[in-house]
Design a binder for this molecule. Sequence first.
Ligand SMILES: Cc1cc2nc3c(=O)[nH]c(=O)nc-3n(C[C@H](O)[C@H](O)[C@H](O)COP(=O)(O)O)c2cc1C
Length: 369
Amino acid sequence: MSIASDFLSPPQGGFESATAADPSCAPSGHSSPLAHLRPLFIGPVKIDPPVLQAPMAGFTNFAYRQVVREFGGAGLTATEMVHARGFLGIHERSGDFPDRLWGVRDEPRPLAVQIWDNDPVALAEVGARLAHEFQVSIVDINFGCPVKQVTEKAHSGSYLLRQPERVGQIVRRVVEACKPTPVTAKIRLGCTRDSMNAIEIAKTVESAGAAALTVHGRTAQEYFRGQADWERIAEIKPHLARIPLIGNGDLESPERVVAILRSRIVDGVMIARAALAKPWIFRQCRAALRGEPIPPDPTPDEERQLLLKHFQLVLDRFGPERGVILMRKFACCYAQGKPGSRDFRANVATVATPEEFLLVVDRYFPRTS
Ligand SMILES: Cc1cc2nc3c(=O)[nH]c(=O)nc-3n(C[C@H](O)[C@H](O)[C@H](O)COP(=O)(O)O)c2cc1C
């Protein structure tokens, strides 16, 4: 199973059922702007609004980021994770850069690139190149990935949460190498419910010089099961003296984002899966945070247009063969939860050419009328 399909397993009961873990964070019904909302700074980088697009392997490529940017409202966009030694190997062999960095040099800032590995030297070397050659706004280190290829095979991602000293070493070296570009870390609550050490890791990451910490409110063992534990995320905040805390997990509506930020348990929030089905959610969050009317979801016809535009961006970048395969999963995300989406998904899952893709969209993508 690929990293992407592993990650896409919905929480128990499906995406729709993942709601507030703690009643205090339930949407309050307020639509007034958050007067007290302080701007979020990651080092010198202003993240406005404090709602970040999460890194997602297999999804958050240049085409997707372009779609998110065009809707607007994401304070920060992020790439898929890039393997540090993979990066160095590709560059040594061919002088080239990993595919996942396509577009990164030229696209608008702020933009974060996420890297993963367990070797502080390789991570520092790649971080330095991203910071100085690619001039990215932020270098983010992955300490949260629960996928076996990354944890068991490469002793990286969430595997490192059981080695706080190594986490500290890695962050320190990467921070030193990237200066003055800020370095951030993304973690889970721990490896298992019995070994939740996010507070210890948070303190380690801060004292090693990181500029922000993002926490996905599940353990690695939980993958995407159950609900994100926002109470546990909230417990971390008092232990951070200097750097902002960004909370992540199951945020699916602008109301929920407002409620979380209003509660001040975190300084910023990050959205992943909900923004695959609704790349316009950031625009809706921005409006809600300003106390403005929330722009409605696009109609199915508008969504079809968006899907076709996204398809063209993917084709331009990846060519027909890879482009169609890649677009099958995005198309399923767009159709999620709509009447008739089952037929659409079944048909789009097997398309092999751009012509077939267009035909299936035309025939099966849900229509307004
Ligand atoms: C398809 C997919 C790919 C992901 N890839 C990454 C990744 O490359 N790096 C990372 O830190 N997290 C990755 N994640 C985790 C998300 O960034 C996020 O932490 C998680 O999905 C919880 O947020 P959500 O409830 O808003 O989806 C991925 C998640 C999904 C669904």
